[in-house]
Design a protein around this ligand. Structure first.
Ligand SMILES: C[S@@+](CC[C@H](N)C(=O)[O-])C[C@H]1O[C@@H](n2cnc3c(N)ncnc32)[C@H](O)[C@@H]1O
Ligand SMILES: [Zn+2]
Length: 365
């Protein structure tokens, strides 16, 4: 048995992750989730941690937010036993209700109850979406984790088509594409129940994608096809047969979520809540600030890849952003790639700046 401390809670867990799941590397995800619930929740909130593992999330929600009740469910009976023990250890047993059921069964037995549902599976949340859409109530919130990033982002097109029913391919914007696919998949499941999703915060971190959604009666299914040029990497939601830069045939991919992935007012409040001094809070806050700074343009340009194609040296990101801004464009870094820029400028502007500031690479002899 080992003891792990995270946020304001202590957890007793077996030595092997195989017995009961607890991943310390997901602490940042849990910090952001707690901050999210602190922002959108209130004292009447009923929360569901559908796949609770050892209970790190559920117990943190009970201890660190004002939620009235937290339901923690896991099909693994050892996990359920540890959650109970950990709830008592943290004096949260009155606010944490533990159960041991298949997730879909649990959802079908608890319809219209939850104000916030967190689904944090191994792999994809898609297998729970049908039951989730049937049991969710309007004006509630949902958080989804997905670790099948390659399938979601189209790096594995066949798995993507089988699992998500859409056509994707590997693009230079694959992380954003994956997150847009995850939101679009959720939106498509809610639509038949006259419920709509709106992303409040989305992030791609290490090996997982995470989205926080508001579920309501009012909204629109904002999914669209996008067009991708395999030669120069250009992606756009505007319908085009050929790439406007290199005239190659563009492939039609999707459909994926096409509007914003964030509500910046909510993100700002989350950043405020992350001022608390937990181990990962500073890192989490930095991520939210990158998101706050990101300009609201879909997709991005990978500066390294473009420089490589031009056989030019890569100028500093700061220089390119400054130059684009000088020319009247919006331009920022993006959470999705350290070597990319989001901007309303065209690829031709970026190429010109790279050529001017990067210079040609010396010819190899
Ligand atoms: C990634 S872990 C959850 C980690 C936890 N949310 C945390 O933050 O520490 C996924 C959990 O889902 C449980 N699980 C997998 N399939 C399930 C199903 N169909 N119904 C209920 N629980 C399931 C596993 O036992 C495992 O504990
Ligand atoms: Zn092109």
């Amino acid at each position: 048995m080992k003891i792990s401390n995270e946020g304001s809670v202590s957890l007793h867990l077996p030595d092997s992750r195989k017995e009961v799941f607890y991943n310390p590397e997901m602490e940042l995800s849990r910090d952001i989730s707690v901050a999210f619930l602190q922002v959108v929740g209130n004292r009447n909130f009923v929360v569901c941690d559908l796949l609770s593992g050892g209970g790190a999330r559920a117990i943190r929600y009970a201890k660190e937010t004002s939620a009235k009740k937290v339901f923690a469910n896991d099909a693994n009976e050892y996990a359920a036993r540890y959650v109970k023990e950990n709830a008592a250890l943290n004096e949260a047993e009155n606010r944490v209700s533990v159960s041991c059921m298949g997730a879909n069964d649990f959802l079908s037995r608890h319809k219209n109850l939850f104000d916030f549902i967190d689904i944090d599976p191994f792999g994809s949340p898609v297998y729970f979406m049908e039951e989730l859409a049937k049991s969710s109530k309007p004006d509630s919130y949902l958080a989804l984790t997905a670790t099948d990033c390659g399938a979601l982002a189209g790096v594995f097109p066949k798995t993507c088509a089988e699992r998500y029913g859409i056509k994707l391919d590997r693009t230079e914007c694959y992380k954003e594409v994956g997150v847009r696919n995850l939101v679009g998949m959720a939106a498509a499941h809610f639509k038949p129940h006259s419920l709509f999703v709106r992303p409040l915060l989305s992030h791609a971190t290490e090996h997982y994608f995470r989205v926080f959604l508001k579920i309501s009666r009012i909204g629109k299914l904002n999914t669209k096809y996008f067009y991708h040029c395999g030669k120069c990497g250009y992606c756009t939601f505007k319908s085009v047969a050929k790439c406007k830069y290199c005239k190659s045939t563009a492939s039609k991919l999707g459909p994926v979520w096409a509007s914003s992935l964030y509500d910046k007012a909510v993100c700002l409040e989350i950043a405020e809540k992350l001022k608390q001094r937990f181990r990962k809070s500073a890192e989490a806050r930095k991520l939210v600030f990158t998101i706050l700074d990101e300009c609201d343009q879909p997709f991005y340009y990978n500066i390294h890849k473009i420089s490589e194609r031009l056989s030019a040296n890569t100028p500093g990101m700061k220089n390119i952003i400054r130059e684009l801004k000088k020319r009247g464009h919006e331009a920022t870094r993006t959470q999705f790639s350290n070597t990319s820029i989001k901007t309303d400028a065209g690829l031709d502007n970026i190429k010109e700046i790279i050529k001017t500031f990067g210079g040609q690479q010396p010819r190899k002899r």
